[in-house]
Design a protein around this ligand. Structure first.
Ligand SMILES: Cc1cc2nc3c(=O)[nH]c(=O)nc-3n(C[C@H](O)[C@H](O)[C@H](O)COP(=O)(O)OP(=O)(O)OC[C@H]3O[C@@H](n4cnc5c(N)ncnc54)[C@H](O)[C@@H]3O)c2cc1C
Length: 368
């Protein structure tokens, strides 16, 4: 491409979404610079599970995943109200891995691909094609806002008007213990969930998501004596980390030469386990839009990619909000595991949305 810009793409933020955007753009042959204010590898509160659709999305844009340490999971198990319901993924395997391991592997791939990585470089503003940095500035044909849920790029590009959303609060902690199940376990409490992801042969990630900002893991664990007993003698292998889990929808995810990706571009509740998958799928779509020189096409793709996770997020949040519904759905899934499997297949994109609707009708019949 012949122009006077110093780079084709400048990515603001080097979390998973920014690195995915950089890698996908680089694969299309663009010059890419990425700036992040932090020093890598960057840790963040996350459930650390990649479902099969996320693994496939990573593969599709050439993101290598860490091969060790990591741990597989073959489906999801819901526990609560005295019942347990299990569903396997129809295809593929999910992988749990420490966030820092994922970050390090993505950084190495981006470096090898030739992305100009600038750590400890804060982006302080954008002005047309100019990106202002804490240590200088760069001109870019396109600017990608991958700066997370509290995105300033979103504000600078005036894409935060009409933004809708709700928030919950997440905490995570790691325990040194062999995973006791080949599933991500979601323990349903009253207005909170604890979920357990195997992340290494001898380590699990325990994440709490709650509406109450004062609730902490130790209080929440006391509601699940069996789970608490499993963890009681395991050593804690990380310090607690918290983050907001937002369900957020933007009217528009691009404007002029700026496009948003990952949590900056809207998000679904953490309990869906779909945040990273969304970022990887969006990265592929954004690189395609750059190649077509048509950012409007990214909006269409972004809407399509977000549709299914948004629906699942709404369903899961209604189970959180309405205890009688939760009790009856858990009982229905435990009594009819094939129903749970159909919903999970739709959740990970292995079945069409119409299949989710028919599973919903079957579930409704079960509840009646
Ligand atoms: C408790 C919890 C559990 C979750 N569990 C899962 C799960 O199991 N599976 C899953 O797929 N998803 C999960 N998610 C969601 C997932 O973690 C997010 O979707 C993902 O981290 C979003 O990545 P991102 O790159 O968009 O944002 P971030 O990871 O927040 O990265 C943004 C980056 O931008 C940088 N930055 C910000 N401002 C600037 C600036 N001005 N200049 C330079 N750099 C800047 C930051 O330093 C940061 O590195 C969970 C989330 C929470 C809160």
């Amino acid at each position: 491409m012949v122009d006077n810009f110093e780079t084709d793409v400048f990515v603001i933020g080097g979390g998973p979404a920014g690195l995915a955007a950089a890698l996908a753009a680089k694969r299309k042959g663009f010059r890419v610079i990425l700036g992040d204010g932090m020093k890598p590898p960057i840790d963040k509160a996350c459930g650390e599970g990649l479902m099969p659709d996320a693994v496939e999305a990573a593969r599709a844009i050439g993101i290598p995943l860490p091969t060790s340490p990591r741990a597989p999971f073959r489906g999801i198990r819901f526990l609560g109200n005295g019942v347990s319901a299990t569903a396997d993924f129809p295809d593929g395997t999910g992988w749990g891995m420490r966030r820092t391991a994922l970050h390090q592997t993505m950084i190495e791939a981006a470096r090898a691909a030739g992305v100009d990585l600038r750590w400890e470089t804060v982006v302080t503003g954008i002005d047309g094609c100019r990106v202002h940095l804490s240590n200088g500035g760069v001109t870019a044909r396109w600017i990608v806002g991958a700066d997370g849920g509290q995105s300033l790029a979103r504000k600078w590009a005036s894409l935060d008007t009409g933004m809708r959303g709700s928030h919950r609060f997440g905490f995570r902690r790691h325990y040194q213990v062999a995973p006791w199940a080949e599933y991500v376990e979601v323990h349903w409490g009253d207005a909170f969930q604890i979920y357990i992801t195997p992340v290494a042969p001898e380590e699990v990630c325990v994440a709490l998501i709650s509406r109450d900002p004062r609730r902490r893991l130790d209080d929440a664990l006391s509601a699940f004596p069996e789970l608490a007993a499993r963890l009681r003698h395991a050593s804690v292998s990380s310090s607690d980390r918290g983050a907001t889990s937002s369900t957020r929808k933007l009217k528009k995810v691009w404007s002029g030469r700026v496009a948003l990706i990952g949590d900056a571009s809207g998000s679904v509740d953490a309990v869906t386990g779909e945040g990273l998958c969304l970022a990887f799928q969006q990265a592929g779509a954004l690189a395609d839009a750059f190649a077509r020189n048509d950012l409007a096409s990214y909006q269409t793709a972004h809407d399509r990619i977000s549709q299914r996770p948004r629906l699942m997020s709404a369903l899961l949040l209604s189970l959180d909000r309405i205890p009688p519904l939760r009790r009856r759905v858990l009982q229905a899934f435990a009594g009819k595991p094939e129903l749970f499997s159909r919903v999970l297949a739709a959740h990970v994109g292995a079945a069409r949305l119409s299949e989710l609707a028919s599973a919903g009708i079957a579930l409704g019949a079960e509840l009646l």
